[in-house]
Design a protein around this ligand. Structure first.
Ligand SMILES: [Zn+2]
Length: 183
């Protein structure tokens, strides 16, 4: 099984991407006060659609994303791709600073976390922190069930980790979206 990792940067945030989103995603982007928060929310939602659409061979706008929060039922939970009966991939999304990342596998647990080291009280803890977050987002799987992938973020000053099914132990397949990211 291949672990797909998609990266984007805030430099890609463009109003045109709003057309890819559904009404709930647009409302979420437009509700955010700070431009950087809006940009991160926009590129994360748009890239998730682009990654799933590429995997399924459909249009990004036809991807159905459910963000129902498991705790309170609000629309801010971890994204889950809704199936119309055909198999859909497992996904996870993270963003920090200038970067957003999507991890996608055909099925099974997946979690991804990116951290800007400058945001952490102790940057030396960055990998450990990102690993814990990625494991949590993957649903806290049993250690033998998953592979932990230390990712190489496309900008300096970041760490990132993805957790995916144990059979994904090859190198992740990396995509920069919508264009190469240069540090
Ligand atoms: Zn909630």
């Amino acid at each position: 099984m291949i672990l797909d990792v998609w990266w984007s940067s805030l430099a890609a945030a463009d109003r045109d991407l709003l057309a890819m989103l559904d009404a709930g995603e647009r409302a979420r982007v437009e509700s955010l006060e700070r431009p950087a928060d809006r940009g991160r929310s926009l590129i994360s939602a748009a890239m998730l659609r682009a990654a799933v659409a590429a995997h399924l061979g459909i249009a990004p706008a036809d991807v159905v994303v459910d963000r129902t929060c498991a705790e309170c039922g609000g629309p801010h939970g971890a994204p889950r791709i809704v199936s119309d009966g055909t198999p859909v991939p497992s996904v996870s999304v993270s963003h920090s600073g200038l970067l957003a990342v999507v991890a996608l596998v055909e099925r099974g647990p997946v979690g991804v976390d990116v951290q800007r080291l400058g945001d952490l009280a102790d940057p030396a803890e960055g990998i450990g922190w990102a690993t814990r977050e990625a494991l949590f987002k993957a649903g806290t799987p049993a250690p033998g069930d998953v592979a932990v992938h230390e990712l190489r973020p496309p900008l300096p000053g970041y760490v990132a980790v993805a957790v995916a099914p144990a059979e994904s132990d090859g190198a992740p397949r990396i995509t920069h979206w919508p264009r190469p990211i240069r540090g």
